[in-house]
Every structure is written in C-alpha cells, then in structure tokens.
Design a protein around this ligand. Structure first.
Ligand code: SF4
Length: 417
C-alpha cells in the first residue's frame, strides 16, 4: 500500500517537473513515507527524520514531508516533536505537499494528483479500498488508516485503462482487506464484480489482489479467480495463529477448522492455486502447545509463501491495552527460526517438483545479468536470454530451483507457417 502511495506521489511530483535524485543531500524535497505496523518501523522513521534535521540549516533547505501511517488525524504531537518538518500527510492524502510545491514552483497543482502520469512499470499497484473495519487486537492500521472506503468500479477501471495505455500489463489491486471491497458503495458491488469488469480490458494481461481476510473470502470471489482468465491463481490469506484461543484473543473471528475448510474449498475450486500467508508468533500468552498448532497448520497446508513476524506490542491497540506481552524475546526468536526452517524445507521440495514444467511469465526486468518475471502463481523465475524484452509474455521451461526462486530457459516462439 505504501509503495502504491509513493508511486502516486512520485508521479504527481513528476508532472510538476520534479525528478528523483539518489541522495538526500541533492534533494529539494524529501518525503518519508512511514509504516507503523511494527514499532521498529516507526523507530526507523523517527531516527531518519532526526538525521535529516541538519539539512534544514543548509543553503538548499529542502522541503521535508512526512506521510503515511505515522500521521494520524491529529498532528499536534508530531508537529511538536518534529517542528522542522514542513508538511504532514495522512495516508493517500498528499495534496498538502502538492499545494506547497505548486506555490513554490509556480505550477498549478490542479490535475497533478490522480492516476499515474509518468511512465509506470509493466506492473502496477492500484489501491481499491482504504482503511480497515476489522480491529484485530494486535493491529494499529484501523486507527491510522481509518474505516473502510472503497473506490468505485468505474474509477478503478478508468485508472487501469490509463495504465494499460502506458504499457502496464499486470495490476495488483490493493487493500488492507481487499475482500470487503464495495460494501460501502451504492449497489454493493464486490471484489468479484470488480474483477469481472477489469477482466474485459484489452491489453491487460494479468490481475492480482492483496490482502484477503478469511471471513470475507466469499464464494463469488473464489469463483471469479477460478473462472476469469486474467485473474491469477494466487491468494494471500493470512491465518496469523493456529490455535483457537490465540485467534480469539487476536479477535480474528475464525477458527483453525474454519481456516482449513476455506483452504480446502479454494483448492477444490481453483486447480493449481498458490497460497501465501502471514502469521504472528509469540502473541500475548501463546504457549508452546498453542505455537505447535501454527506449525502443524504450515506443515499441513504447505504454503507457497509465508511471512512470519514475532509479536511486538503497538501502543493504542487492544492487545496493548488489555493483554500482556509475556512471551520472552528468546522464545519468539526460537519459534520464528523453527517456522523458517520448516517453510524452507517445504519450499525446497515443492519448487524442486516444478523442474521440467513450463510456465508463462511476464518479463519484469533484469537483475544481476539475468532476466526475471513471475508466473501466474507468483513464483519468481530467472532466465537467460539474448532477446527478451521487459513487458513481454514468454514461456520458460524450469531447469533448476531453490527455496526462493526458479531458473529456466526461454522457449523460442513457434513460427506459424
Ligand atoms: S484485518 Fe488486517 S489491517 Fe485489518 S485490523 Fe486485522 S490485521 Fe489489521
């Protein structure tokens, strides 16, 4: 979500005639886009802001902006703490900076905020719903990003069309809980309706979406992924914990049984679907036995991607106010290590089983002398080729694997006679 916000701001600034530079020393405008999902992320932003302060006393005196989740509706405390910051912007609301720049540069800011105006990449993120209504006990997001607000189907379709005209081939629809898209709109279109409308667009090759919530993953969404040819067979479905008491304390609203049942349904309706997930270890009161249930779930489901984080309390959340962060740091670290080892073994095995298979990939670029792209299942694939082009769809046969990626060889196109 932050990446998408940064891209939009960069685009708006590009339209005003500004371009990026590789050092803060050379910049006339410096914006930090903050994440507060973990305390360490917020600490990093605070440290960086402090280190940028001396630049305000140089001849260049850059405009300093802070945006993202660190900026809530009331900015008094932040203004006192960082009096040298010129502009504070809540998530997605970077108009204040554009106004300041417009004044300074003598450019009319009208029209600079909106869909991407600079040349985007071949893949793009499109936020479709902002905020979250769920209030999981460990999470700060609903307090910082506010309640759910969906963009209309027409607005998203229009933006996507514009992006495809600029060469974008794949879009990822974003939301803290993308599955609850549309409930606040007239007529209540859902994510399945939006996917159906986007599937019709010419020149768009692929559609993905992030992040889902087990309670809102409806049959209509699952069937849309199964039936729409441009929607990729990949679902990110965080489970967060395998034990029902821990899930209840997290206020996630589902059980281990419900989650497994949903996975069975998704797998039975979408052949070859790949699944990714997020989980937290060491949540307040989590015992070894309760942690084992998370581990068992990982071993049983065998996710294609997993992001595990150890619990750290966030001030103002329900768990901070009502529970005790009582799992020792060492135990949290140990649990993370166990999960990472198990997941690595799963991926070593499952990726090795893909050697010899052929996948269609969208070429995204070049890294360390090799081309790379992703297949529909979101597997990262490297390949060697003299004649590849960013943005083209090619077929690659897999020749080697590691837990984190695959390598292959481009299959030459068939010449039709
Ligand atoms: S659904 Fe996600 S964003 Fe919303 S409160 Fe829960 S963890 Fe946070």
């Amino acid at each position: 979500m932050n990446k998408a916000d940064s891209e939009r701001l960069e685009s708006a600034m590009g339209q005003m005639g500004l371009s990026s530079t590789d050092s803060p020393m050379n910049a006339d405008v410096i914006v930090l886009n903050s994440c507060v999902v973990r305390q360490s992320a917020e600490d990093k932003v605070t440290g960086l802001l402090t280190s940028l302060k001396p630049l305000k006393n140089t001849a260049r005196n850059p405009i300093l902006g802070l945006m993202g989740c660190m900026v809530g509706p009331n900015q008094d405390t932040l203004k006192k703490k960082f009096p040298y910051v010129d502009v504070f912007m809540q998530p997605q609301q970077y108009e204040p900076l554009i106004d300041v720049l417009g004044e300074k540069l003598g450019v009319d800011p009208e029209g600079c905020v909106g869909p991407l105006s600079a040349k985007p990449d071949v893949t793009a993120y499109i936020p479709i719903i902002h905020g979250c209504d769920k209030f999981c006990s460990f999470c700060i997001i609903p307090y910082r990003r506010g309640r759910e607000i969906s963009r209309t189907v027409d607005e998203v379709v229009f933006e996507t069309k514009q992006l495809t005209q600029k060469g974008v081939k794949e879009i990822t629809l974003l939301g803290q809980n993308v599955d609850s898209y549309g409930h606040d709109l007239p007529g209540k279109p859902d994510l399945g309706d939006l996917l159906t409308a986007l599937n019709e667009l010419e020149n768009l090759e692929r559609i993905r979406f992030l992040t889902s919530h087990p309670n809102d993953m409806s049959d209509h969404i699952i069937d849309s992924v199964a039936n729409l040819n441009k929607v990729c067979e990949h679902i990110n479905l965080p489970f967060q914990a395998g034990d029902d008491t821990v899930l209840n304390n997290m206020r996630r609203g589902y059980t281990n049984y419900h989650y497994r049942d949903l996975i069975d349904k998704i797998r039975s309706r979408i052949p070859n679907v790949s699944l990714s997930t997020d989980l937290i270890v060491g949540f307040c009161g989590e015992t070894d036995v309760q942690f084992e249930k998370s581990l068992q779930l990982i071993e049983d489901i065998r996710f294609d991607k997993l992001h595990a984080a150890s619990y750290s309390t966030r001030k103002g959340t329900i768990s901070d106010r009502m529970m005790t962060d009582d799992v020792p740091l060492e135990t949290k670290k140990k649990r993370l290590e166990i999960i990472e080892t198990v997941q690595k073994d799963i991926l070593t095995e499952s990726n090795a089983s893909l050697v010899g298979e052929t996948f269609e990939i969208l070429v995204e670029g070049r890294k360390r002398g090799k081309w790379f792209g992703r297949n529909r299942n979101d597997k990262l694939i490297y390949f060697q080729s003299e004649a590849a082009r960013k943005g083209e769809m090619i077929n690659v046969i897999i020749v080697d694997s590691s837990p984190w990626s695959l390598s292959g060889t481009k299959i030459p196109e068939q010449v039709s006679l």
